[in-house]
Design a protein around this ligand. Structure first.
Ligand SMILES: [Zn+2]
Length: 276
């Protein structure tokens, strides 16, 4: 009898824990895995879900920026293929994380560009079918008729070799995960995350490029102010990490920035800085 009661309590506790977990995780997963297309202009579509992707139609080719994961990758590929018709598709990966590259295998035969990572690192982190074909160690400019697509390897920040894609005529930047818009950024040290270098990059970007629109790695598209906002976030978290009594007030200031369950939060950022 007693054992039965204990088991009943235990069962109730597990159900309760699952409900709490679902309530805690759901808003993020709903955001992360819901895909939405935004028409930036008639030849440029932003597709959210996993990471933000772009499909750019030019005179001579269709460019796909970041290929997503799971079924979102297949939906994106279908959309790109439809827009491309008989034009070739060129793929650009802003960095090697799976939410930006796991759809690469669908573009068999296409050129797939990524930053100039160490080949051993790519081999370790990416499945053979998703590995890019071309590595951009510095920069690469593609003149595609009505748009010039510039890839700049920004070096180490979020990962070891983050690349941004700048559409020169549109003054539009695909920042990859160098910019999270109002989302606590993912910090993964073994992948190369370095906050000081990241911050320097964020401060440098607007001085080097004339940016009107930013499509961040995650979060809504907007103006270049989101670049400065993330740099400020890092400065504030660094100050909080090293100053007694500042943590609570700093966290409160970023209450409206989304946390990624088990992955990112103001506390995780502060812990990351302290564990240097
Ligand atoms: Zn990433």
């Amino acid at each position: 009898m007693k054992l039965k009661k204990i088991l009943l309590y235990l069962g109730a506790l597990i159900v309760f824990a699952i409900i709490v977990l679902v309530i805690y995780m759901f808003p993020f997963y709903h955001f992360f895995f819901t895909s939405e297309s935004t028409v930036i202009d008639k030849n440029l579509t932003m597709v959210s879900g996993a990471g933000n992707s772009g499909i750019l139609v030019t005179d001579s080719a269709v460019v796909v920026i970041d290929t997503k994961m799971f079924s979102l990758a297949k939906d994106l590929y279908k959309m790109a293929k439809e827009k491309a018709g008989s034009k070739k598709i060129i793929v650009i990966n802003t960095h090697l994380h799976g939410d930006h590259t796991n759809g690469n295998h669908l573009y068999n035969g296409s050129k797939i560009y990524i930053g100039g990572y160490d080949p051993a690192f790519v081999k370790k982190e990416m499945k053979p079918e998703n590995r890019p074909t071309d590595f951009v160690t510095d920069s690469l400019i593609l003149n595609l008729g009505d748009e010039t697509v510039a890839m700049y390897n920004m070096g180490q920040a979020h990962t070891f070799d983050d690349m941004v894609v700048y559409l020169r005529n549109r003054k539009l930047l695909f920042s990859g995960d160098l910019v999270f818009n109002k989302i606590n950024p993912a910090l993964i040290r073994p992948n190369g995350t370095d906050i000081d270098k990241w911050k320097a990059m964020l401060n440098l970007l607007p001085t080097r490029l004339d940016i009107k629109t930013v499509i961040p790695g995650h979060g809504k598209a907007g103006g270049p102010e989101m670049i400065a906002a993330l740099s400020q976030y890092f400065s504030d978290m660094q100050a909080a990490a090293s100053t007694r009594g500042k943590v609570r007030e700093t966290k409160a200031r970023y209450n409206d920035w989304m946390k990624m369950p088990l992955m990112s939060s103001p506390q995780k950022t502060i812990d990351f800085i302290r564990s240097k």
